[in-house]
Design a protein around this ligand. Sequence first.
Ligand code: ATP
Ligand code: MG
Length: 735
Amino acid sequence: MKYVIYRIINFLILVALIVIFGRKKISEIFESRRSKIEKSLDEAEKIEKTQIPVFDPGSVETPNVNKEFPTEESEYTDKINNIKKSEEDTCLEMRKEMLSQVRIDAINNIKEKAIKMFSMQSYRSMLAKRESQMAVNILKSIHLTPGDIAYLKTHDVLYVTLTSAYPMPDNVVKQIGDYTEQMLAEIGGKTSYWVKQDPSLIDGFCLRIGDTIYDCSIKEELYRLTEITQKEFLSGDETVNEILSNIDRDIVNMGNKVHIYQLGRVLTVSDGICWMDGLADIMYGEVVEFERGQLGMVLDIKSNRIGCVIYGNYDHIESGSRVRRVGRIASVPVGIQLLGRVVNALGQSIDGKGQIRTTERRPIECHAPTIPERAPVDTPLHTGIKAIDSLVPIGRGQRELIIGDRQTGKTSIAVDAILNQKGKNVICIYVAIGQKETTVAEVRERLEKYGAMEYTTIVCATASDSASLQYIAPFAGTAMGEYFMYAGKDVLIIYDDLSKHAVAYRELSLLLHRPSGREAYPGDIFYLHSRLLERSAKLSEELGGGSMTALPVIETLAGDISSYIPTNVISITDGQIFLDTELFYEGQRPAVNVGLSVSRVGSAAQTKVMKQFSASLRMKLAQYRELVGFSQFGADVDESTKKTLDSGKRMMNALKQGRNKPLPDWKQVLLIFAVSEGFADDFNTEEIEDYEEKLFGYIENYRSDIKERLESGKKLSHEEIDKLKKVLEEMCKVI
Ligand code: ATP
Ligand code: MG
């Protein structure tokens, strides 16, 4: 009995405790459930109400409602249209791809047929009759190149080799031998004349004098045919028959021309570097082709050997194999077709959207505009970032360095600058050098999300690409930008980042056995970056007035801007935006260090009104940073210092800005004016973002005249400043 009573008492105490402590919780749960149910009922009612006029056929208002609020149906048709359009595009691309594949297959087929055809007796005798004519053609085109003459000076014997697919008539062999001997005797040299047979020529013959080949063989004709047909621009409307008939026509004309080119021999291949001999007249920067079609670029010319970097895979290149001059300096495709695309350092598409068909190419290395060809930088290139447009303004044609430690927001600033060019007729090129593929993918996604990809090209040589591709990527991007600059357009190019570019060049130089200098970089590393950045300029009116603005990025180690590569690039550029790790971790983003950042073009690249209000800003902020240092010691600060500290902090907070939120110039001016004149003093330093939103909302909604006045960019008169102050005072009362 006693136990039962105890149990009842315990139970009652438990219930009382639950009621005392859990009552609030239980009522909260009921309350939230009730509000949820009410909310969904409201929503259902709202949907019913809005749907009635849309689907009511008798309603007069229907067309208007449809216009203002796009119904699901219209969204659906839009989507269908978009899908249809993109399907059409992909179909066209696929068709183009298929046609080029058909062409390649057809060429291979024809090659096989040609080989069979030319080994038939009837063709053999036909070509044999033309042999003497071919010999005459060859002898007419022979000339000694500067390379041959230089070789003769040191060796006095030049090798001459006549190679044919079938045995040649004796008189033709003798004619060629006599002619070359006589030609060399005239300049005091001797020949060593060899006659060889090589069935791989299929038919015809070729003459080699020194490193130069004079070729009349079918093998060479087929090689040229493949080259031309692969490069030829396909409109996408041709039929397979048309392609085949084109190739047939080319085959009939074979053997009438002498093809002249130079050959060399691979000595060694390792680490993407190939050493060769031969190629007597090769030039620095010229493209060479290996036997299986791989390409390389000459980067070193010594008296007895030539060093080149190989683009891409070099597994199949062997010592002793042939290498030929392509006859052009390394170049990339350029044109409007590249916009919206991601390409590698050779200008080939890597975004899976199919081949890019451009009609023009530009050499990757090119002279920078000369002084008379340039005009002073005077037009601003707004980045939409408050801390930059007000303190380190960038002008069109300027080179402004973005420098900072890793993970301090360098790429974010560059990408925000691209986003802000939307609708401003500026073409953007983002060159990623040695970046992770995920970083590049993220940049591309951001650009696509905010609609910036349509005026942007991404040139990408990631960390997994060879050093040679990383080395040429910024030059390739610049060539693409130059095309637009010389067409009178404005271009913004970002090199992200040049420290990795320097590392790639150091690797190549060391592999090319060049002497290493400071920090093991080669001696010409400064020249490398200066000839790259000097190509960004503002052109004179006579040349169309185009411009190319460069934002190179440099990564520092522990904020050390005095190491080799940072000092180099600082001295080449027209200023730098220094990003401070400390500021970044304090939450100041973008973490622009006002003291160390500078724009040497200065306020010429600012609107008059921005110049008027931002002039004293740098000074005030520098003063603030100084005082912050002192106040950290805990010393008592007087009232005026406190005020300076407070307003400085408020301004620093006003300069904070998230990613992907570029601000137009007039908003920046308005905010800087309001904060520096003390109109935001009623707000806590942390609440400036709130004030910013209210300010922009108020001016946009109620005082569009002020917005228009500030948008004009002209300097404000005293009366206008007073008026603006009054408006801001009024606003303070309202909000
Ligand atoms: P890395 O050295 O790896 O190239 P980085 O200096 O280019 O880095 P970012 O990749 O641009 O730096 O940014 C680093 C980080 O800082 C990112 O996570 C980004 O979200 C953040 N960040 C950069 N700028 C801002 C900003 N204005 N507001 C908020 N976060 C930012
Ligand atoms: Mg980065």
